[in-house]
Ligand binder design. Structure first.
Ligand code: 2IT
Length: 445
């Protein structure tokens, strides 16, 4: 039998200064501990010890030249956490906050998220403490080339298939893919999120944001409600926020906020036109990492240095970065009668905030369920590459919808409590865990 507190204390001793990783493991283990302790096969297989240790942690040096001709040095990582159910799969993050602990938490989350999609993908994550902020396109290209010159040794279409995450979009994937191809002289599906000209999938750029709205709309249906007329706060202004804002508007909801490291935008007219959505993309392409120019461009309000969680809304969608919604934010949302918090960034809601929301019976969905649409369409991109064909956007979108619908159903099946409240965190963790754990038991050690 596992004792949860003892297990976590030991994990902390073995993984010092990796708070985010410990938080992510704790969240999953709290949900699955009873399932594990009541299953002799899991116990005999020491499943918790094995599932919380990454298969491989790769750390490398990235040397590149800036526009002044100076040499810069960054850290590069790939954490291949678990490949029990398929090749390693997960994004690359280029952000100044990246540490080994960040990579490990993201890779761990990815294992269960990928399992939930029902597609055959293991879990991994990679990235660098390189920040694209303030860099020229030429510098970003030189960095991407240097990064791939190391990374190519460890990846392959049946081995490990990276994609984008924060700071890594279509532009970066293009540079990374070009370098892989130059070195290996093969054109193969080693990355997802590629451009349409060279093997990408339709709907991949929008997929995370679209998927989270499909999931949210199922949460609403479960309560006899609908998206139409809902007032929504979104944080972030990157790729994920962009897709989320578009789909919410198409579903008849009104998104009134987006945000950046500099503050948030309040647009009472709704962020609901193609011009506004395109402007979000332009903001990201400018490499400045600020959202404030939106206010001037569209006559909206800019609130400097603040996050959007103080606004009175029906639904909140954190779409930026981990721990962006804290306990005090959760308290403010609850006092403003928020009904739904749909975590769209990975671990966007801090542990204590999540507990508070659940205690207060807010309908809360964890990122590994709500944001799985991104990696799900990555999985569909892998299928298309393997078949050497491309599906129409209608076909990809229909598959995405079905996958999100199935994830929602799994969460409900495993997360419904006696009083009828659906604990989506428990549901997602139990459903995601079982498949990986069963595969590991069958494959032996
Ligand atoms: O967090 C995520 O699921 C992603 N960044 C997407 C990973 C992927 O392989 O598409």
């Amino acid at each position: 039998m596992y004792n949860l507190d003892e297990f976590i204390s030991r994990l902390e001793r073995r993984n010092p200064s990796q708070g985010e990783f410990i938080d992510a493991v704790k969240e999953v283990l709290e949900s699955v501990i009873d399932t594990v302790n009541s299953n002799p096969v899991y116990l005999k297989n020491r499943i918790l010890d094995r599932i919380t240790e990454p298969d491989r942690v790769i750390s490398f040096k990235v040397e590149w030249e800036n526009d002044e001709g100076d040499i810069e040095v960054n850290k590069g990582y790939r954490v291949q956490f678990n490949n029990a159910i398929g090749p390693y799969k997960g994004g690359l993050r280029f952000h100044s906050s990246v540490t080994l602990g960040t990579m490990k938490f993201l890779a761990f989350e990815q294992v269960f998220k990928n399992s939930l999609t029902t597609l055959p993908m293991g879990g991994a994550k990679g990235g660098s403490d390189f920040s694209p902020k303030g860099k020229s396109d030429a510098e970003i290209m030189r960095f991407c080339k240097a990064f791939m010159t190391e990374l190519y040794k460890y990846i392959g279409p049946d081995e490990d298939v990276p994609a984008g995450d924060i700071g890594v979009g279509g532009r970066e994937i293009g540079f990374l893919y070009g370098q892989y191809k130059r070195i290996k002289t093969v054109h193969e599906g080693v990355l997802t999120g590629k451009g349409l000209e060279y093997g990408g999938s339709l709907v991949r750029p929008e997929a995370t944001g679209f998927g989270t709205m499909y999931f949210a709309s199922d949460m609403l249906k479960e309560k006899g409600e609908e998206m139409e007329g809902k007032r929504i706060a979104v944080s972030g202004f990157g790729n994920v926020a962009w897709g989320a804002v578009m789909k919410a508007s198409q579903m008849g909801a009104k998104v009134v906020t987006i945000s950046g490291p500099d503050g948030y935008i309040l647009d009472e007219d709704g962020i609901n036109t193609k011009e506004k959505w395109d402007y979000m993309l332009a903001l990201r392409a400018s490499n400045r990492d600020i959202v404030s120019p939106y206010a001037e461009r569209f006559g909206a309000k800019f609130i400097a240095g603040r996050k959007p969680w103080g606004e009175k809304v029906d639904m909140a969608f954190p779409c930026a970065i981990q721990n962006e919604l804290t306990l005090s934010d959760a308290k403010e949302l609850v006092s403003n009668n928020v009904s739904y918090v749909v975590e769209t960034s990975n671990m966007g809601v801090s542990s204590d905030a999540r507990e508070y929301l659940i205690e207060n019976k807010v309908n809360f969905a964890p990122g590994k369920a709500a944001n799985a649409g991104g990696v799900a369409v990555s999985g569909l991109e892998m299928s298309q590459n393997a078949l050497h064909l491309s599906w129409s956007s209608e076909e990809v979108d229909a598959r995405l919808k079905e996958i999100m619908h199935n994830i929602h159903a799994s969460c409900v099946e495993h997360g419904r409590k006696d009083d009828g409240y659906i604990n989506y965190t428990d549901g997602a963790n139990i459903a995601g865990f079982k498949k990986v754990a069963d595969a590991m038991c069958r494959e032996g050690y």
